[in-house]
Design a protein around this ligand. Structure first.
Ligand SMILES: *[C@@H]1O[C@H](CO)[C@@H](O)[C@H](O)[C@H]1NC(C)=O
Ligand SMILES: *[C@@H]1O[C@H](CO)[C@@H](O)[C@H](O)[C@H]1NC(C)=O
Length: 369
């Protein structure tokens, strides 16, 4: 904290001292109550930390997939520190995208970088002007303070309070997180998902990077799973900080899913070349596959559904997925692991995560590492 005290008039020492003391007291009001604490997690219960860290697995995957797809490079170039030294993803490549799709995917990419962010710091300039009547003379004291705040300072305030206006919300400035897990984003990994969805090997193999339609279909595979996880995590969270963060992440993940679904819905009846299969059928099959792998009933719906699954049981068009009341579906971390491992078993890693996901929840299901 830098504190300089230019005073225009030196009246009495006592007045100046009083001004300084009251200014310092005012400055202290701007500091989080526990700024001495080194443990920025102290306000967040351990169960919340596990639930907040789990989605990092998906956020890393989305960040890399969208960055590579739109730019041809990933976190190691954009924000190497966010990887925390995790191994580079395998099979990544730039997708052939038209300018519009590239524009949208690049926005998603940087949104994911934001979600992963560990930057919570900043500074607040505090100016305090004191006017003190002093035996007929006016003493003006101007106190300028720059309060540097860092993420580690806010641990103690579990109640939200003033932090809403100065805090930047993201996962790794709330919990410590873990390094980027090994990700397999190869065309073959996506091709395998599509083959499983159709119960046969597509010929030629599905290539997510071949064109914008394929990339959007591959994108259909990802943010939706994350958003069901956020819906599932929310009722289990205890701290208001965690709830605020998850609501904010859910909002943007749902938005991404809505954009992806909206763009695909426009082309729902179009055939995906060179297959004699429509966009809608791709989405229906991917959703069915996720329901099957998750082993927890229907929590996933394609773009064109039987009427009973549409909004109020009245429509076949299904641009957004939701339950009978059009409320978003929820998934547990275990259901999500079964899906993203493509194994249907949270104990058997594979798919996009050859060595498994990280964090306490995912690791508790892996053979002891
Ligand atoms: C990345 O981490 C290194 C080592 O901890 C640090 O020196 C550097 O300032 C960090 N860079 C950014 C952009 O945060
Ligand atoms: C990535 O996935 C493909 C398809 O399953 C597989 O052939 C390849 O060996 C995987 N790579 C790694 C490093 O796991």
């Amino acid at each position: 904290m830098a504190l300089s005290i230019p005073t225009t008039s030196m009246a009495t020492t006592t007045t100046t001292t009083a001004a300084v003391i009251s200014s310092i007291l005012l400055l202290l009001l701007f500091l989080p109550t526990s700024y001495c604490s080194e443990n920025y997690n102290s306000a967040i219960p351990g169960s919340d930390i596990d639930l907040l860290e789990f989605p990092l697995n998906l956020e890393y995957l989305e960040a890399e997939f969208f960055l590579w797809g739109s730019l041809g490079y990933g976190l190691d170039s954009i924000a190497p520190n966010l990887t925390m030294g995790g191994p580079p993803p395998v099979g990544t490549t730039k997708a052939r995208l038209d300018p519009f799709t590239k524009d949208v995917i690049l926005q998603f990419a940087f949104q994911e970088v934001g979600h992963l962010s560990d930057e919570g710091g900043g500074s607040v300039v505090v100016v305090v002007v004191l006017v003190v009547g002093c035996g007929g003379r006016i003493v003006v004291a101007v106190v300028v303070g720059v309060v540097e705040w860092q993420r580690k300072w806010w641990g103690g305030d579990g109640g939200g309070g003033v932090e809403g206006w100065w805090r930047r919300w993201a996962i790794k400035n709330t919990v410590r997180g873990f390094p980027r897990p090994l990700l397999n984003l190869s065309a073959e990994a996506f091709g395998n998902v599509m083959n499983s969805a159709f119960g046969r090997a597509l010929k030629p193999a599905f290539d997510p990077y071949a064109n914008e339609l394929n990339f959007l279909l591959a994108s259909y595979v990802i943010p939706y799973v994350g958003l069901t996880g956020y819906v599932g995590a929310n009722p289990k969270l205890q701290s208001p900080i965690s709830k605020r963060l998850v609501a904010g992440l859910l909002a943007v993940e749902s938005g991404q899913d809505a954009v992806i679904r909206g763009l695909l819905y426009e082309r729902a009846r179009e055939k995906v070349t060179p297959y004699e299969i429509t966009v809608a059928e791709f989405t229906d099959r991917i959703s069915e596959l996720r329901n099957k792998l998750g082993s927890a009933g229907v929590k996933d719906e394609g773009l064109i559904v039987p009427t009973f699954q549409g909004a109020e049981g009245k429509l076949r068009g299904n641009v957004l997925a939701g339950d009978q009341n059009s409320v978003g579906y929820d998934r547990t971390p275990e259901e999500i692991l079964r899906i993203i491992y493509s194994s249907g078993d949270e104990h058997v890693p594979g798919g996009f995560y050859p060595k498994g996901a990280d964090g306490r929840i995912a690791k508790s299901h892996l053979p002891s590492a």
